[in-house]
Write a protein of this length. Structure first.
Lengths: 332, 300, 332
């Protein structure tokens, strides 16, 4: 197998807070190949957004990032100069945020912002940049693209703005796109369209994509690989089909039982729950973070937790027979 | 908070600090606020206990000891800050002057605060026509030059402490109205306001118990700003001879009286000027600090 | 269901709400019909799911029911009595809201006791001792310990806050609860707890819910009847099985298609909706859904469909109207 486009080993993010250090992300590993889509799924506070910001080098100044390896196509991001990072960001890797209204500058037209995104990174003329902007707006399904260039963000609907954001992220033909909850603020009908668009474009342009989301439905439909995060750790990673069909970590199974499945869950029946709350990650954090909410927790959960499974589908749990539980609990 | 092995999932979170505890922590971690409040506290103390603290009667003239220099310029400890052109003790006048400044600042801010808050909250909450009228009144008020109008009114009615207070109180409500209107608009859309209305709470109840507590922090900040504003305006009016009338000890008046001697005895201007500067700085520091420590409360 | 319990506790008759929207300072005010001739009847103990995209008027409808807005025309009846004829307090005793965002629906300056006891104080029920007793009781019912009474919303998690909001809504024992996206701001694992709680409370207190949500999987799970809203109109209304198993209106079908269930390998569906939700100030002619409808014809552009009774409810589409020339096209 060729070298992955993005390679992350032991990524750790610490945030100093008043009462100590918040260990927001603790030692996560993943690889991403060209043309591959990785979904990082987790609930609020799981560290999924911080992880993506860490890859982009966009963490705040007071946040400490460390990693044994953080490599993008041979460039070591842990030692890259701010200048190198700026050239990479928006050029070879770009980001799509959740709220398109706040990430587009309201004072400039769509055209200005799209053109600027390209001129910053590529030695092209304004005219060529405009042509590319029109081409991409059409590609993301915006009609009358030429006339949209002179419009301001507030003149567009939420779905259109998110399409513009996607077009902007694509201006420089990036090799990696990180989308942080790109459809959470949108209606379901628009969500399906935007996801389809991202999915098709990713295939077409052979882009690698990291999709950050809390929505398991989205994950199942677009991911090649899934990484489930809980309280700053990757608890389970693997190909989407395997993770969903044989969820092996108790948290993954718990999450899947929480959502009603049309046609499968009996209407009005009791849904599965995960009682309890995410533990504080300030101070000494050890063992499995999920043990306070886990039905299978034992004393050994306070110690270091081994990884189980084969190379492609791994999970972090003291119970190596997670798959067996999966078959018992999740209706096929 | 350490990670504890607990079966009660609520325990950890609800032992977190209350908003009051968090506020206290932020207040005591904010230097500007502490310095401002400290200086203001001292000045307030001095103003309240002026009769006990002043070494002399601030009105007692002594033509035998006119314009004695302060002690650091070779004067005597009898008059630590010297005497003015009528031989009155400068320190005592300064101490009594604090009363005038603080009283004018506080009462003018109170009057304009009541007017402006009522208008702003009404405009923000009811919107529509009420908002149109209030916005119009704010614009009218903003189109009037405060100093000129104050000068004209005082010139007609004659200068006195009461007139200055009332004139300033009636002129300085604009910022209250603008800020309170904007804050009310913001809070009004929150769902807890809708919830209170759906519960059946009356409009006064919604405004007083749901909206006011959530815009009070902005109100306090404007109060401090307008207090400083009023104090400076009083000093300016008094300096021009249209504010507080002699022989009342006012810092603005003292600067005015000292200006004739400024070339020979610059301390006569510098001392009241410095105290005035200190007071306004302290109030502004406190206002800034209050804004900093109260603003992030609603976020989590 | 026995006949006496199926009498409508809530009935809407031709309710319309029109706002006048001004564009620019000198622009002429134009009418925006947020709720357009809506008739619904909700039997006691049922859960009516109301679905539709943002801007379709479902929140305006909720506000009208809560007495926060007055309809421009039409009638809203609770237990057969017009709500406009009732005073604020007696309406509030019968119908209460639970809002979407538990971070915005609780006054941050008030303690949990103050928040939950507000209805008792506003309605002048009992004395401080009784308030204390009743608050303890309702907190217990929604699954919160009594010691939270002296804490503040900022000290609680989203799920706990939503429980507080539910306690406040239920302390006066209303008949109808308007749930406006009650779980969409919550994490998946918390969402199922709240949904279970809402289901339990309904059974325990015989509550009737109007459940507004964009999450069709959740609606299917909880609702007994479903109404689909588009541009202020109810385009389809049916019992839950009818709607989800044999959706009639093309818009309902598109909505159902866009639900992303966590089933890997299915890919992202193509909803075949044109992308833009129409501007409600200038609604399309004829059937308002025609610009986005995959099966629209010229007839749909000209003639607005009339509501047609079906075996399970009602639908507003030419395909189902035996008197429409398009009736036969359904088969194709």
């Amino acid at each position: 197998m060729s070298k992955p486009l993005l390679s992350v080993r032991n990524l750790t993010i610490d945030i100093p807070v008043g009462s100590g250090t918040l260990h927001a992300v603790r030692g996560i590993d993943f690889d991403l190949d060209r043309g591959e889509t990785l979904c990082i799924v987790g609930e609020s506070g799981s560290g999924k957004s911080l992880t993506s910001l860490a890859v982009m080098g966009l963490l705040g100044n007071n946040i400490r990032r460390s990693a044994d390896q953080l490599e993008f196509d041979g460039t070591d991001l842990t030692t890259a100069s701010p200048r190198t990072m700026r050239a990479l960001r928006g050029g070879r890797m770009s980001m799509i945020f959740q709220e398109p209204m706040t990430s587009l500058n309201p004072a400039y037209t769509i055209g200005d912002q799209l053109v600027e995104a390209l001129l910053l990174h590529k030695p092209v003329g304004r005219k060529a940049a405009r042509a590319r902007a029109v081409e991409l707006l059409e590609k993301v399904g915006i009609t009358a693209a030429e006339s949209r260039l002179s419009q301001y963000p507030h003149q567009l609907s939420g779905g259109l703005r998110q399409r513009v954001m996607i077009a902007m992220a694509l201006m420089c033909e990036p090799e990696l796109i990180i989308a942080d909850e790109p459809t959470t603020a949108l209606d379901v009908t628009i969500q399906a369209q935007i996801l389809r668009l991202l999915y098709d474009l990713g295939r077409e342009m052979n882009m690698a994509m990291i999709l950050i989301t809390h929505d398991l439905g989205v994950v199942a439909r677009v991911a090649d690989k899934v990484a489930v995060m809980y309280a700053g750790e990757l608890v389970e990673t693997g190909p989407a089909a395997e993770v969903f069909n044989t969820p092996s970590h108790p948290y993954t199974r718990g999450l899947l039982r929480c959502i009603p499945l049309p046609g499968k869950t009996e209407r009005g029946s009791e849904l599965g729950t995960i009682p309890g709350i995410v533990p504080s990650l300030v101070g000494d954090v050890h063992g499995c973070a999920f043990r306070t909410r886990c039905p299978y927790a034992e004393a050994a959960c306070q110690d270091t937790i081994p990884m189980h499974g084969d190379d492609s589908h791994e999970f972090r749990c003291i119970h190596a027979d997670g798959k067996r539980h999966a078959e018992e609990e999740v209706p096929a | 908070m350490a990670t504890t092995e607990t079966n009660d999932p609520l325990l950890q979170e609800i032992t977190g600090p209350t908003p009051a505890q968090m506020l206290r922590k932020r207040v005591f971690g904010h230097q500007g606020l502490l310095i401002g409040a400290g200086v203001l506290g001292v000045l307030l103390f001095v103003a309240i206990f002026a009769p006990l603290l002043a070494p002399h009667d601030p009105y007692a003239q002594s033509l035998m000891s006119r314009m004695e220099p302060p002690v650091f310029l070779g004067g005597s400890w009898e008059h630590p800050l010297g005497t003015d052109h009528l031989g009155r003790d400068y320190l005592s006048r300064l101490i009594y002057g604090a009363r005038v400044s603080l009283m004018i600042g506080a009462i003018a801010a109170l009057i304009s605060g009541v007017i402006g808050t009522a208008m702003g909250v009404a405009a923000g909450y009811f919107g529509g026509r009420v908002d149109m009228v209030v916005t119009f009144l704010i614009n009218v008020r903003l189109a009037m030059p405060v100093v000129l109008v104050a000068l004209a009114v005082v010139a007609i009615l004659g200068g006195s402490l009461q007139v200055v207070i009332v004139v300033l109180g009636l002129l300085l409500w604009d910022r209250f109205a603008v800020v309170m209107r904007a804050s009310t608009l913001q809070v009004r859309g929150r769902e807890y306001v809708a919830a209170a209305r759906a519960i059946g709470a009356s409009t006064p109840r919604v405004i007083l118990s749901e909206i006011m507590p959530n815009i009070a922090n902005n109100l306090i900040v404007v109060v401090t700003l307008e207090m400083a504003h009023a104090i400076l305006l009083e000093a300016a009016l008094s300096f021009l001879g249209l504010g507080v009338q002699p022989p009342t000890p006012s810092w603005g008046l003292m600067v005015s009286e000292g200006k004739n001697m400024m070339l020979f005895e610059p301390w006569m201007v510098l001392i009241p000027g410095a105290v005035l500067f200190l007071l306004v700085l302290a109030i502004n520091l406190m206002g800034d600090g209050l804004r900093d420590v109260t603003a992030p409360e609603n976020r989590s | 269901m026995s006949p006496e319990t199926s009498a409508p506790v809530l009935e809407l008759r031709n309710v319309t709400k029109t706002y006048r929207v001004k564009q620019g300072i000198f622009g002429k005010a134009k009418p925006l019909t947020a709720v357009n001739d809506v008739s619904l009847s909700l039997p006691r103990g049922e859960v009516l799911g109301l679905v539709g995209e943002s801007g379709c008027g479902k929140s305006t409808l909720a506000k009208i029911l809560l007495g926060l807005e007055t309809p421009t025309s039409g009638q809203v009846l609770i237990d057969g009595k017009e709500i406009l004829a009732q005073d604020r307090l007696s309406l509030a005793r019968r119908i209460q809201p639970i809002f979407q965002d538990p971070y915005s629906s609780l006054n941050p300056r008030k303690s949990i006791f103050d928040i939950v006891s507000l209805p008792l104080r506003v309605h002048g029920v009992g004395d401080p001792q009784e308030w204390d007793r009743k608050v303890r009781e309702i907190l217990d019912i929604v699954g919160l310990p009594a010691r939270v009474m002296n804490t503040y919303p900022s000290q609680m998690s989203g799920g706990q806050r939503q429980r507080v909001a539910i306690a406040r809504a239920l302390i006066m024992k209303p008949e109808i609860v308007i749930c406006d996206e009650p779980t969409s701001a919550l994490d998946v694992s918390v969402q199922s707890q709240i949904l279970n709680l809402l289901g339990d409370l309904r059974r325990e207190f015989g509550l009737t819910y109007l459940f507004i949500s964009h999450d069709l999987a959740v609606v299917e799970h909880l609702a007994t009847r479903v109404a689909v809203m588009y541009l202020g109109r109810i385009v389809e209304e049916s019992d839950v099985a009818g709607l989800f198993d044999e959706a009639g209106h093309p818009y309902t079908q598109a909505l159902l298609k866009s639900v992303l269930t966590p089933e890997p390998g299915l890919g992202v569906p193509d909803t075949q909706l044109g992308m833009a939700y129409p501007n409600p100030i200038a609604p399309p002619s004829g059937c308002q859904f025609h610009p986005r409808c995959p099966v629209a014809t010229d007839h749909c552009k000209r003639v607005a469909p009339r509501p047609v009774e079906t075996a399970r409810g009602r639908v507003e589409c030419h395909l189902f109207d035996p008197q429409s020339p398009m009736h036969d096209a359904k088969v194709a």
